[in-house]
Write a protein that binds this ligand. Structure first.
Ligand SMILES: [Mg+2]
Length: 250
């Protein structure tokens, strides 16, 4: 239905949330132990520079490092902060300004030598069209959940690709194996992604509601799923356990 796999495995990035210095060190130790080769660090607070310095100190110069501000800055602040941070080898900055501020997004794109990736700004195909027409960014972060499912996300991907705008696969940190599996299928179909995120399962969930373990392993790698449907089996007992409400769709 999606056009078939175009690779055997997917390589995932680590995502580093806002952390106090002590817990940041623990996460960085895990990233290093797993030999993950790219990380995305959440920024938008006063300690951003310290965090980025800690990441570089702990993980070295080789690892690919990108930032995600989740719209925390205005364009002027974003440009000023990125001019300081760019010395640390930043491969991309995601959503530096709020989602509706496309002019600000373009201003950042034109002012810093770092790839600007739109995330919250690109939800639909119409958003993608407008952002590309405005020359607002140099990449899209596509999340299956945000974009309306696998097919809708693939439509945006196809349009972006035809327009010369590369994409990365994003995720919902804390997603269950169902969404991780959907992301895996998306990545299997799209071998030219800038980066892929997701499948953190065991690292962040106490337990999952699918039987298969989707967690990525060494070097962030996980195999493409070659089973019917999404390739995962929902554990009905666990689903019951976490069920809050029931809605019937007849
Ligand atoms: Mg983001």
């Amino acid at each position: 239905m999606l056009g078939g796999s175009r690779r055997d495995s997917v390589e995932y990035s680590a995502v580093i949330p806002f952390e106090e210095p002590g817990s940041l060190e623990i996460i960085l130790d895990m990233v290093r132990a797993q030999e993950v080769r790219s990380v995305k660090v959440k920024v938008g607070r006063s300690r951003d520079l310290d965090t980025v310095m800690s990441v570089r100190r702990k993980l070295g110069e080789e690892i690919s490092l990108r930032l995600d501000a989740n719209g925390a800055w205005n364009s002027r602040d974003a440009i000023a902060k990125l001019k300081v941070l760019e010395g640390y080898g930043i491969d991309a900055i995601e959503q530096p300004v709020p989602k509706g501020d496309w002019q600000g997004l373009r201003a950042v794109s034109e002012s810093v030598p770092i790839r600007v990736i739109a995330d919250e700004s690109v939800v639909s195909l119409e958003d993608a069209r407008s952002l590309i027409a405005a020359g607002a960014c140099g990449g899209f972060n596509l999340r299956i959940s945000k974009c309306g499912g696998l097919l809708a996300a693939l439509r945006i991907y196809g349009f972006a690709r035809a327009s010369g705008i590369p994409c990365q696969l994003g995720c919902q940190v804390g997603e269950t194996g169902i969404l991780s599996a959907a992301g895996r299928h998306f990545a299997a179909r799209t071998p030219d992604l800038l980066f892929a995120e997701g499948s953190f399962n065991r690292y962040v969930l106490t337990e999952d509601i699918v039987r298969e373990d989707l967690t990525f392993g060494a070097r962030g790698r996980a195999p493409v799923l070659n089973f019917p449907g999404l390739g995962v089996t929902v554990d009905q007992t666990k689903l019951q356990q976490y069920c809050q409400d029931r809605v019937s769709c007849l």
